[in-house]
Design a binder for this molecule. Structure first.
Ligand code: SF4
Length: 290
């Protein structure tokens, strides 16, 4: 099997077998995301997917987890996805879960019963980029969905029985909108109440200049201490049930993990300790993304 690179997967799929069901991202317009900019989106022909899956089943018959790449395999028709799930579960005897990225329009374009059908066929965790709960910022970054649409899409997945793993992006609002971004993101995520919630930190590399220009006059990037203060505001304002909160992505300055309902005080104390001595506790710039 030869991958059409580049290839991306969520950190928690590091030990999963990855098979490409689609190439690129059907949206591909988010301002901060360069993951698939060099790829033209297309679904892979089923026969190509099947050839890869059968080859993997011979070489790795014990695989327990499969991640369907690329950027939003959930864009495929329900019929095609069921075909894919049936193929995988019948050829990998130990398979426990099949997961994929999903974007708001993928979820909104499926009916409730289609989503339940997919869940029953063995589609498991959906990785869902929320980025921000602030409508102005969502528009600025060309997320392709409003806060209301993102909330509806997330709820729809949860109501259909999917474990939902949400990511939000610290730093999107820059210095001026840090507070609004944190508060609105916390309120959206509280209302959605996902299964997992991860905060990542904006990292743009060579695209910093382009992003800054597109965000408009006066946009200033957060430094690491400002990013940590934004993280604190987010943590302080989240009201979720059993949601597992994490900042273990390589883009972050301070790795945290906890169930907010039980661990909020411990997490805010860790942030406060780091804020008092950032040079000791925060990941240095050169180690981010490694
Ligand atoms: S939907 Fe996801 S993969 Fe596609 S451009 Fe936006 S962030 Fe990138």
């Amino acid at each position: 099997m030869i991958y059409d690179e580049p290839l991306f997967r969520p950190p928690s799929e590091a030990r999963s077998l990855i098979i490409q069901a689609t190439l690129g991202c059907s949206h591909n317009e988010c301002l901060f995301c360069g993951m698939y900019k060099m790829k033209k989106f297309r679904p892979r022909p089923f026969e190509d997917f099947k050839a890869d899956a059968l080859e993997c089943a011979q070489k790795l018959p014990g695989a327990t987890k499969i991640f369907l790449a690329d950027g939003d395999a959930l864009v495929l028709s329900t019929r095609r996805l069921i075909e894919i799930l049936n193929l995988l579960y019948s050829n990998f005897p130990n398979l426990e879960r099949v997961t994929s990225y999903a974007n708001p329009s993928n979820l909104l374009n499926k009916t409730d019963s289609e989503l339940r059908e997919l869940r029953a066929a063995g589609l498991d965790i959906l990785y869902f980029g929320v980025e921000s709960g602030n409508d102005y910022l969502l528009k600025k970054i060309s997320k392709g969905a409003t806060r209301g649409e993102i909330l509806e899409a997330g709820k729809k997945a949860l109501n259909a029985g999917f474990p939902l793993s949400v990511t939000v992006l610290l730093g999107l609002g820059g210095v001026k909108m840090s507070r609004e971004h944190a508060i609105d993101t916390a309120s959206l995520c509280s209302e959605m109440n996902p299964t997992y919630l991860s905060a990542l930190t904006l990292m743009l590399g060579p695209f910093e200049g382009y992003f800054k220009k597109a965000m408009g006059e006066g946009f200033e990037f957060l430094d690491k201490v400002q990013t940590l203060r934004e993280l604190r505001m987010l943590v302080e304002n989240l009201e979720t049930d059993d949601c597992v909160f994490r900042t273990n992505h390589a883009s972050n300055y301070l790795p945290l993990k906890g169930v907010l309902k039980h661990d909020r005080d411990r997490l805010t104390e860790m942030i406060d300790t780091a804020l008092k001595n950032p040079e000791v506790y925060l990941r240095p710039e050169f180690l981010r993304a490694l």
